[in-house]
Write a protein that binds this ligand. Structure first.
Ligand code: AMP
Length: 194
């Protein structure tokens, strides 16, 4: 994998483990020659992964909407900063740059971004690996909610199973590298019946 988008908190969280996990992922990317594409901020655990990779002279591309760039949050030291006009355009720009996505602990922004990636995968629009770094079992309740959606008939088991989950950085990246996206029959059928 050449580049991976990382979605994660613009906050640090209450436990030091979260920033430490971001640093560990940044170290692993640097070692493996994987570039980071992310929201472009210097705050929270977003800042922690970017700082780590900058220190290692690794590739860091920020994609930030203009409205956030003017705040005191944009990272000044990364390899490249792409500024988009809208939040929605930012996601499209990120998807064009990467081979996969990873969510680390975060809030609304993180969930919004990873679920958009999952929706693209579910529809077969993209076939990229999507991982969750489940530090401290942070995503326990989110994953339980997804299982509930499967049980109640709103989410297909094979789509739930697209998500690659690990609390170990190396295992997560290895699994993502080996990932083969399922063939999305529904989309093929729809296209064929046009
Ligand atoms: P949250 O999880 O709500 O803290 O939002 C973090 C995610 O949303 C990140 O992955 C970013 O892509 C985006 N984001 C939220 N706030 C900012 C910010 N101030 N600067 C850059 N990106 C942000």
């Amino acid at each position: 994998m050449k580049r991976i988008a990382v979605f994660c908190g613009s906050s640090k969280g209450f436990k030091k483990d979260y920033a430490e996990a971001a640093v560990e992922l940044g170290e692993h990317f640097s070692k493996k020659g994987i570039g980071l594409v992310y929201g472009g901020g210097k705050i929270g655990i977003m800042g922690a992964i970017a700082d780590t990779m900058i220190r290692n002279k690794a590739e860091v591309i920020g994609v930030i909407p203009g409205m956030l760039k003017h705040e005191e949050v944009a990272h000044a030291k990364i390899s490249q900063m792409i500024v988009t006009r809208k939040m929605s355009k930012r996601k499209v720009r990120i998807s064009k740059l990467v081979d996969g996505y990873i969510a680390l602990p975060g809030g609304f922004g993180t969930l919004d971004e990873i679920f958009e990636a999952l929706t693209l995968g579910q529809l077969g629009i993209e076939r990229k690996a999507i991982g969750i770094l489940n530090t401290n079992n942070f995503f326990k309740h989110t994953l339980l909610q997804l299982d509930h959606m499967v049980e109640e008939g709103f989410l297909k088991r094979e789509n739930r199973d697209m998500i690659i989950i690990s609390d170990n950085v190396e295992e997560l990246i290895n699994k993502m590298q080996a990932y083969q996206a399922p063939i999305v029959v529904e989309v093929i059928n729809k296209v064929a019946s046009r």
